[in-house]
Design a protein around this ligand. Structure first.
Ligand code: UDP
Ligand code: MG
Length: 303
């Protein structure tokens, strides 16, 4: 995005990844419309839609007909939130970009404050959740652990340019339930850690060393004990067995960590498009202006 225009003539793109959000899109668009009327600058919505079995696409088309500035991008298959978001960013244009979920968990009204910070010259403005209503305790603890871990083991500072942070309380979903499964969340968390840190690999190495020393130490202690007391009781053998069984588990776990890196290197090496765009439908007002898309996708012609 160009950094030049911080004036009221600015155009801000709002990128929304969606999957099964038929009940949420209309309230979202109406609240965004209200927010941008207050801010008083141009805006465009980029809906990045994972093909949904419900009426989300239909609802978006209705909103488009009602004259909201919308660009709808649909993918060939469900690609998940992170990639939908990326594709949405690839297809966004204007002076700045806001990303927001469709379920109204993140209040659109915060955008006014974010734009204010951006106008002050910050290049990145982060709305930071300080509380999350409507999410279960286990999920909250996992999220906390994830952010704590990322902060400690990441090798690059995220983010790394001039950044303002606006704390906020996260609301419960407007309607529906979360679209991201537990394994989906684990994948997103791993994608947040693995590419930014070699610490898990190093930890494997250190754990391996610890096990070697443990095994050797116990072996030596056992030998000394036996020399002193005579070779009769068999408890140290049991300790050794436990260490061996533990070591086997450790090796398998370490291979798993290695696998997480290998699979990402493999994905990268295959160099396949990250997503395939099935269709792009947009308001007339938007189609007159060129896309500032990336080259990560294959665009199919409009149907
Ligand atoms: N989402 C998506 N593709 C998916 C799953 C979710 O685009 O496969 C969207 C979803 O519609 C929402 C956002 O990603 O706008 C966050 O999803 P959700 O609210 O389910 O996640 P949570 O808030 O529980 O992390
Ligand atoms: Mg949500």
């Amino acid at each position: 995005m160009s950094e030049s225009s911080h004036a009221d003539r600015a155009l801000i793109s709002v990128v929304v990844p969606l999957y099964n959000e038929e009940e949420n899109v209309r309230p979202l668009v109406e609240r965004l419309d209200h927010v941008f009327k207050e801010i008083g600058c141009g805006w465009a919505l980029v809906f990045a839609l994972d093909p949904s079995p419900d009426q989300t696409r239909q609802r978006i088309l209705e909103l488009l007909d009602r004259g909201y500035p919308i660009r709808l991008i649909t993918f060939s298959r469900r690609i998940g939130k992170p990639l939908s978001l990326l594709a949405g960013l690839d297809h966004a244009r204007g002076d700045a970009c806001v990303i927001i979920d469709a379920d109204l968990q993140d209040p659109p009204e915060l955008i006014a404050e974010m734009v204010e910070k951006w106008r002050q010259g910050y290049k990145v403005v982060i709305a930071q959740r300080v509380s999350r209503r409507g999410e279960n305790y286990f999920y909250l603890k996992c999220a906390q652990l994830f952010y704590w871990l990322v902060e400690r083991i990441s090798e690059v500072q995220i983010p790394s340019i001039s950044t303002a942070v606006i704390p906020f309380d996260r609301d419960p979903r407007f309607t529906g339930k979360t679209q991201i499964s537990f394994m989906g969340a684990v994948n997103i968390a791993l994608d947040g850690i693995i590419p930014f840190s070699r610490a898990p690999l190093r930890l494997m190495f250190v754990l391996g060393l610890v096990y070697i020393f443990l095994a050797k130490g116990t072996g030596i202690a056992w030998l000394i004990y036996r020399i002193a007391t005579g070779f009769s009781s068999n408890w140290p053998i049991i300790v050794l067995c436990l260490i061996l069984v533990g070591a086997a588990g450790l090796i398998v776990a370490c291979l798993g960590v290695l696998g997480e890196y290998v699979v990402r290197a493999y994905e990268e090496a295959r160099n396949r498009p990250l997503y395939i765009v099935d269709e792009i439908i947009e308001s007339k007002a938007l189609s007159s202006k060129p896309l500032q898309g990336g080259n990560r996708s294959v665009d199919y012609p409009e149907r």
